[in-house]
Design a protein around this ligand. Structure first.
Ligand code: FPP
Length: 247
């Protein structure tokens, strides 16, 4: 039986996040430069986005560029900025056909104007799509997001718009870049690294984690389905006992 056939369609995770890792190492193994790896990761995004939408995932969040990635060589950063624009432009037909909305989280003011403007066009074009939201984390890091939320909350408390006693988990979540989006049920990281790397640290509190040695350019639909099947074998207890959640 294929992994797709093993998926229980009634228990598909609502929200999946992915750390797409291993582009550089995969390219090096082919004797190519790192940018070649990123270019080959574009098709994996295409496939996983379609697979996720078709099995009923509602939010797919991809870690495409971290705030720390700005420290990479300028040539690689520039190539990635152009690649995001080109790839998203090429995804548009598939996104419209599959009713997929685009959203971006991160410190987007740091993106080059051309990248920002083109992404905004795609966000606008897909604004009414309802089946799934593809969230690209671009110039994103959890620490950036948490500091920003703390500053906003402090400012609102200072000017009297927010009562300090009203600050709870819900209030804090609403000040994050992911406000209004469900926390990931499942986090996937490719390429064998076992880290969270400053990604959705608040939101991943109760996520199931799936790590695979497959590098991102080789992570295709069937790999994604495998992660979903594995997720469906887990018992999610949210701090309760097994007896409490199974009765
Ligand atoms: C991590 O691999 C990957 C990135 C920093 C970029 C991800 C970009 C893509 C997959 C291109 C297409 C994406 C979109 C959203 C259109 P790495 O370079 O850190 O790999 P390494 O750890 O092997 O060096």
């Amino acid at each position: 039986m294929t992994f797709l056939e093993q998926i229980d369609k009634n228990r598909v995770p609502e929200s999946v996040a992915i750390i797409m890792d291993g582009n550089g190492r995969w390219a090096k193994k082919q004797g190519k430069n790192r940018i070649f790896g990123h270019q080959n990761g574009v098709d994996s995004v295409d496939q996983v986005m379609e697979a996720a939408a078709q099995i009923g995932v509602k939010y797919l969040t991809l870690y495409a560029f971290s705030t720390e990635n700005w420290n990479r060589p300028a040539e690689e950063v520039n190539a990635l900025m152009d690649l995001f624009v080109e790839a998203v432009h090429n995804y548009m037909d598939k996104m419209m056909a599959n009713d997929i909305r685009l959203a971006v989280i991160g410190d987007v003011d740091r993106l080059p104007q051309k990248t920002r403007e083109n992404l905004q066009k795609s966000i606008d074009q897909t604004a009414n799509c309802k089946r799934m939201t593809l969230v690209l984390a671009l110039s994103y890091s959890s620490r950036w997001e948490i500091i920003r939320a703390v500053k906003q909350i402090a400012a609102e408390a200072k000017n009297g718009a927010l009562d300090v006693d009203a600050i709870d988990e819900n209030c804090f979540s609403n000040h994050l870049a992911t406000s209004g989006m469900p926390d990931p049920d499942l986090l996937i990281r490719t390429s064998g690294e076992l880290r969270i790397s400053n990604f959705l640290m608040w939101q991943l509190s109760y996520s199931e984690l799936f790590f695979t040695d497959v590098c991102w350019p080789e992570f295709k639909k069937e790999n994604f389905y495998e992660a979903i099947v594995d997720y469906q074998s887990r018992e999610r207890r949210f701090g309760k006992t097994s007896e409490q959640v199974t009765k």
